[in-house]
Design a protein around this ligand. Structure first.
Ligand SMILES: Nc1nc2c(c(=O)[nH]1)N[C@H]1C(S)=C(S)[C@@H](COP(=O)(O)OP(=O)(O)OC[C@H]3O[C@@H](n4cnc5c(=O)[nH]c(N)nc54)[C@H](O)[C@@H]3O)O[C@H]1N2
Ligand SMILES: Nc1nc2c(c(=O)[nH]1)N[C@H]1C(S)=C(S)[C@@H](COP(=O)(O)OP(=O)(O)OC[C@H]3O[C@@H](n4cnc5c(=O)[nH]c(N)nc54)[C@H](O)[C@@H]3O)O[C@H]1N2
Ligand code: SF4
Ligand SMILES: [Mo]
Length: 675
């Protein structure tokens, strides 16, 4: 027995909570919170504590695999990489770089060598066929920021220490911890904010765990947040906005005023389904706070009005003088690649012109990516012949499972980097087993921008890799060598180690790798004003009424109605014990959540097996009553595979957003009946 305790940080989500891993040789006995961690201060959620279970699970990938004669079989790294390199090279020669596409999901994004090796691969190959979680999760944020601030994907986050008000819109940090701000120990964070006088409000059709800890909860109809925000802006422009700030730092306030003019108290109350008195209290709270932060999550970005709502969230912060200012919100420039010290151009008022993929001319690209909605059409058109997947579970996360899963099987090459078998690796042509997070040295290379302060964090590996698992840098580097391409110029692949690769990534960073390695965690206080300066100098002030978004608002207005919709509305929700499709065998079983009143109307009993159907498909799960849901809304949490997969209900063509190609994952009309 050689039981030891080793410190690391969790990379299941971007919060990076400090953990202590108790190991007996290579067996994980326990994972607990690190009391001494300066940022997470002794907090983890149950997913972090399940890392040992995840590491030892039976479906883990240990050896490379290749599909030959229709069968996936175990092979050697040399054979798998030789074959993959030859096929990718052949496809590029025949179809050009676009024939080879990439997808990056949570498993690649949260690994410094995963994310950086993807960037190197894309840069070197020069393919436009780049896909990621962004266009199934939050692309509205990237677009709205581009149009309002000139910087794509900029995400303001609450100045937690000084804020007077935070409005959570379609986000439940009590469970999710991160999408908007990283809230470590979220209940303590909310308590602290209230203790220093901040008022917290939540807009959510569900009485979420965050809503019950807030001072105010607006349980509007799903998808109607834009009207509530529009109403608040309208009232503030009448009284309470920071007029001096607006004059000095913004443009188009008249156009904004015109756009929100229709959202009077009576009208907003009727179309959003909210009591007028509550809307009055909301506006009064904003006036009293003066400065505030709006934290919008996937409940916003997955809905039809996602872009418009994101815009109005930014506009509310702008007219209260809260953007990039103390007491309002700040924008983390990253600690390793300080964006505030770089020079880059501002996007033009109509946004960057990024054409979408050829098979879907109606769609646009955003932030250098094509929308996931286009994947099946791109495969059918033979524009996309190979897809290399950096830690994503495509079967579960992508829309319209039936059509998507069949399309993926039509690829000539689907190479998947992962740590476990699932229905995605099952249809892969090349399976590339990666080191999991306990087996690799790592650092917060891109994930540092979601921290509530400037943070760089490093961890050594805790365990030896199981089987033949390898680091991303090694696999991608070896692949490049076989393709005659150098993905990491100046890096000695033969002498490479995880640490040397991390050091290589920091070559031109202000963060010194040796110092980071020794200290493990380095922090600096938030910086304010750098985006304001950029916007003042390069944009001419925050753009309060971007024309493409004002156009989308007009389209939404044409659909407005005070009538309740005839069918049930599916809205998303994260569950406590699993992260997307990871750890799904723990304590949250796959169920359909429905208000008892709706269930009674449909003649359904709790526990009954129900069929949920949409225009795209159907699934079956047991029914669970949930009185936190606004009547008329149901939850079918995502992350579950096969017959339980909620993406059997979503669509790659219906209600796809014209500006971003985002799918409708919230606000889908569904029917529920006994199965
Ligand atoms: N209908 C509907 N669909 C949704 C959503 C929804 O709310 N509703 N949510 C969407 C959102 S927000 C997102 S972000 C996507 C998430 O979709 P994914 O990014 O696919 O998310 P995960 O399930 O976390 O899967 C990541 C994959 O990475 C693997 N992995 C884990 N750790 C590692 C590692 O260290 N290395 C490697 N190489 N692989 C690893 C896991 O085994 C898993 O197969 O799904 C989207 N899909
Ligand atoms: N435990 C756990 N944590 C996770 C994940 C996980 O799967 N499990 N996934 C991670 C990922 S990939 C992401 S992107 C983040 C997401 O983090 P969040 O965006 O915070 O996601 P949710 O916790 O689902 O909260 C979304 C909320 O939006 C509400 N909502 C739905 N539709 C609407 C609407 O039309 N209007 C409004 N106002 N609200 C609406 C839902 O009721 C729900 O409470 O979480 C991350 N953290
Ligand atoms: S909140 Fe949970 S999943 Fe996220 S880093 Fe912390 S322990 Fe890991
Ligand atoms: Mo996500």
């Amino acid at each position: 027995m050689s039981v030891t305790e080793k410190k690391s940080y969790c990379r299941i989500c971007g919060s990076g909570c400090g953990i202590v891993v108790t190991v007996d040789d290579e067996q994980v006995i326990k994972v607990r919170a690190d009391e001494d961690h300066p940022v997470s201060k002794g907090y983890t959620c149950p997913k972090g504590r399940a890392l040992g279970f995840d590491h030892h699970r039976a479906e883990r990938l240990e050896v490379p695999m290749i599909r030959e004669n229709g069968m996936l079989r175990v092979s050697s790294w040399d054979h798998v990489l030789d074959d993959l390199a030859a096929k990718l090279t052949g496809i590029i020669a025949e179809s050009g770089p676009r024939g080879v596409g990439t997808f990056i999901g949570g498993g690649g994004y949260l690994d410094a060598s995963g994310f950086s090796s993807l960037l190197a691969f894309l840069r070197t190959i020069g393919t436009p066929s780049a896909y990621s979680d962004m266009t199934i999760d939050s692309v509205a944020k990237a677009l709205a920021a581009e149009l309002v601030t000139g910087i794509t994907g900029l995400e303001p986050r609450a100045d937690l220490r000084n804020t007077k008000m935070v409005i959570f819109v379609g986000t439940n940090p009590m469970i999710s911890h991160t999408r908007t701000i990283n809230m470590h120990a979220p209940s303590a964070a909310m308590r602290d904010m209230r203790a220093h006088g901040a008022e917290l409000w939540t807009l959510d059709p569900r009485q979420s765990e965050t809503a019950v800890r807030s001072d105010g909860h607006i349980q509007a109809r799903p998808g109607m947040d834009y009207a509530v925000m529009g109403h608040a802006i309208r009232e503030l422009l009448i009284e309470g906005a920071d007029r001096d700030y607006i004059a000095r730092h913004t443009q188009d306030v008249e156009k904004l005023s015109e756009a929100v003019e229709r959202f009077t108290l009576e009208y907003t109350s009727a179309i959003a389904g909210v009591e007028p008195e509550l809307l009055k209290q909301f506006v009064a709270a904003i006036r009293k706070a003066g400065r505030l932060s709006v934290e919008a999550g996937t409940g916003v970005t997955m809905q039809r009005a996602g872009n418009v709502t994101q815009w109005l969230c930014l506009a509310l912060m702008a007219v209260t003088g809260s953007l990039d200012r103390e007491g309002g919100s700040w924008i983390n420039p990253g600690r390793m690649n300080r964006k505030d010290r770089q020079d880059f151009p501002a996007a033009p008022p109509e946004g960057w012109n990024r054409p979408g993929p050829e098979s879907r001319p109606e769609l646009r690209g955003t932030a250098g990516e094509y929308p996931c909605a286009a994947i099946p059409d791109e495969i059918a058109a033979k524009n996309l012949r190979a897809l290399v997947v950096w830690g994503g579970n495509l079967e579960v996360c992508l829309p319209e499972t039936g059509k998507m899963y069949a399309a993926l099987q039509g690829l000539e090459v689907m190479a998947v980097f992962d740590i476990r078998h699932n229905r995605t690796t099952e249809i892969a042509t090349h399976v590339l087993p990666c080191k999991d997070q306990l087996e690799r040295a790592d650092m917060t290379y891109v994930t540092d921008t979601s921290f509530p302060l400037l943070v760089s964090q490093y961890t050594p590996a805790v365990l030896e890799p199981i089987g033949q698992r390898k680091a991303f840098w090694w696999i991608v580097g070896q692949l490049g060598r076989r393709m005659g391409l150098d993905f990491f110029p100046g890096f000695d692949l033969d002498q490479g180690t995880d640490d040397r690769f991390l050091e290589y990534l920091l070559t031109s960073s202000e963060t010194d790798f040796a110092e980071l390695k020794q200290k493990r965690l380095m922090t600096d206080p938030p910086v304010f004003g750098w985006v304001q300066k950029f916007v003042d100098e390069k944009v001419g002030g925050w753009r309060l009424a971007p024309a493409p978004l004002a156009g989308q608002l007009r389209d939404l207005v044409a659909r407005e109605s005070a009538e309740e919709p005839g069918s049930l509305i599916l809205i998303p929700r994260r569950q406590k014990y699993h992260e997307n499709s990871r750890l799904t065998d723990l304590r949250d079983p796959p169920q359909v959540f429905m208000n008892a009143q709706d269930a009674a109307a449909a003649g359904l009993a709790e526990g009954a097996m129900v069929r949920v159907s949409s225009a795209s498909g159907e699934l079956r799960r047991p029914l669970k009553f949930d009185q936190t849901l606004r009547p008329g809304c149901i939850n079918v949490p995502h992350g579950w595979s096969d017959g339980m997969n909620v993406n059997r209900l979503t669509s790659t063509t219906r209600d796809v957003d014209a500006l971003t190609g985002m799918l409708l994952y919230s606000g889908l009309e569904v029917e529920v009946e006994a199965a």
